[in-house]
Design a protein around this ligand. Structure first.
Ligand code: BGC
Length: 502
């Protein structure tokens, strides 16, 4: 069932025919029976054999493939606020209205117009592109527009979308919180409010009750580590704070919310598989021989990568100066959701206490995405999957992708990262699926529309979609359930030697 490195048996046909032709030839010459006719026949067979042998050898190269386990989930990942459009009742919409918050003053606006019904055509695209799964998120502010009101109509719309996935044979992975909060929660202090976990759990119950016939795979909260660090530390996400106390409070409440949601889902649906998606960033000391460099790298990784999933495992949140006991969080992950994008190098910076005494940079040698937002660091994917092993849980890669409007780097990024995933699978790491970020260009938070992560390009004004080459490449990988040398030769010939060394 596990990964195979499939080389077709070497040129069998040619060898067999040769084995058959040689004795006839020898015999013909030796006995000189009917002489010429037999020799002509044998020579013909001999030539066919040589042709067949050469063809098979070429084919042998062309068909080498790294296969994934049967049942592997292949899809794309999306999030409500980024694709639905007209999400006017959440904190992000409010944030977008404030000058200077979003690059170029961009707004999510109609986004990909899924709320207007264009999810249908995009699900068609996913299905036609060979995907067998799709990750989407539910917008809390639509389901519960005010603390005392539930919108059944909105629940029905999501139900329809899930039916749409099922009709197209796409397994749904549903996220219950992907960065956006209802405005009423924001007005009550957002996740700093100690009641936030309980509000969240009530919303989750409502959603799971309504959708459970169609979904068993759930992500409670997307990237709590990004939510906290960008919203309460770097100030790039709402509420734009830089306040360590608030950051800790929010991290604890997110964990409590996750734990409450985990239990609520299992109560309503015992067979559910529930996890959260963590944004793993590979941190490497820029000067590994400097103890301080190693120390600050470890600190950063511990805080950003380890703290939250380890709290879900052990029931203790460990941050540099404190350990906070959270017994309700213990054992609340059935699988690990991994979002991996890039790697950073860390240098010791004694005068940067706000940055945990460290500065980070990309490897100058690494290829960068057009806006310099990400570096192509496929090794980091393997490292991330190796890091996941400590949790002894199945892993789903819930996001991985790159901004690249011209689609010049994405094919390479995709193949190289999937190759690393395959390596991990081949070491028997329990990786169960891969969701590419994203299907169609979408609204990229504080970066607005300046970054294009889609397998499909979107013209935001006209809503016209245009397929990028990567959509076809990914489609072939999904259909093959693997990376074949033929696919690599066709889409990323420059990687052939690296992926299929001779
Ligand atoms: C988030 C996505 C986002 C992607 C690319 C991830 O951290 O979960 O919502 O669009 O990064 O920026």
């Amino acid at each position: 069932m596990h990964a195979l490195f499939n080389f077709p048996s070497a040129a069998h046909n040619g060898e067999e025919i040769l084995g058959f032709a040689f004795p006839i030839l020898r015999q013909s010459y030796v006995t000189a029976l009917t002489g010429l006719r037999k020799i002509a026949l044998a020579t013909k067979i001999f030539k066919t054999a040589i042709k067949e042998l050469t063809f098979s050898q070429e084919n042998c190269m062309a068909q080498a493939a790294f296969h994934f386990p049967r049942g592997f989930l292949w899809g794309a990942a999306t999030a409500s606020h980024q694709v639905e459009g007209n999400n006017t009742n959440n904190n992000w919409w409010a944030w977008e209205q404030q000058p200077g918050r979003i690059l170029q003053g961009d707004k999510s606006g109609l986004a990909c117009d899924w709320w207007g019904g264009r999810w249908r055509e995009d699900f068609d695209r996913a299905a036609q592109d060979g995907h067998n799964a799709h990750r989407l998120s539910i917008e809390w502010s639509r389901i519960q527009p005010s603390p005392d009101r539930w919108d059944e109509n909105a629940l029905d719309r999501y139900l329809n979308m899930l039916r749409g996935l099922s009709e197209r044979r796409l397994t749904p992975l549903v996220t219950l919180h992907h960065f956006s909060d209802p405005l009423w929660l924001t007005e009550m202090g957002g996740w700093e409010n100690e009641k936030a976990p309980q509000y969240f759990a009530a919303y989750v119950e409502r959603v799971v009750e309504a959708l459970k016939d169609y979904v068993t795979l759930w992500v409670t909260i997307n990237e709590p580590n990004i939510y906290v660090s960008l919203g309460y530390f770097l100030g790039l996400f709402p509420p734009g704070k830089s306040d360590l106390g608030a950051a800790l409070q929010v991290a604890l409440n997110l964990l409590k919310g996750h734990a409450a949601a985990y239990r609520a889902i299992h109560r309503l649906q015992p067979q559910a598989r529930v996890g959260l998606a963590i944004n793993y960033r590979s941190f490497v000391p820029a000067r590994s021989w400097l103890p301080f460099s190693k120390m600050v790298t470890h600190l950063r990784s511990q805080l950003f990568n380890d703290a939250i999933p380890q709290a879900c495992q052990t029931g203790v949140l460990r941050i540099p100066t404190r350990k906070v006991s959270l017994p309700e969080a213990k054992g609340t992950q059935d699988y690990l959701g991994l979002n991996y994008y890039t790697r950073e190098y860390v240098t010791f910076s004694p005068f940067n206490p706000g940055g945990l005494f460290a500065d980070t940079h990309f490897d100058p040698q690494a290829e960068k995405s057009p806006n310099g937002f990400l570096a192509n660091e496929p090794q980091g994917m393997f490292e991330a999957l190796k890091w996941c092993r400590q949790f002894e849980l199945p892993v789903i890669i819930t996001e991985n992708g790159i901004e690249d409007a011209e689609d010049a780097l994405r094919p390479r990024y995709l193949v190289q990262h999937l190759h690393q995933v395959w390596r991990a699978v081949n070491f028997n790491f329990p990786v169960k699926g891969y969701f590419h970020w994203t299907l169609v260009d979408n609204f990229e938070w504080e970066r607005g529309w300046t970054q294009r992560f889609g397998l499909w390009e979107l013209d935001v004004e006209t809503q016209v979609r245009r397929k990028r080459k990567s959509a076809d490449l990914y489609a072939e990988i999904c259909r093959e359930n693997g990376i074949s040398s033929e696919i690599v030769a066709r889409y990323t010939p420059e990687l052939f030697e690296e992926i299929f060394p001779n």
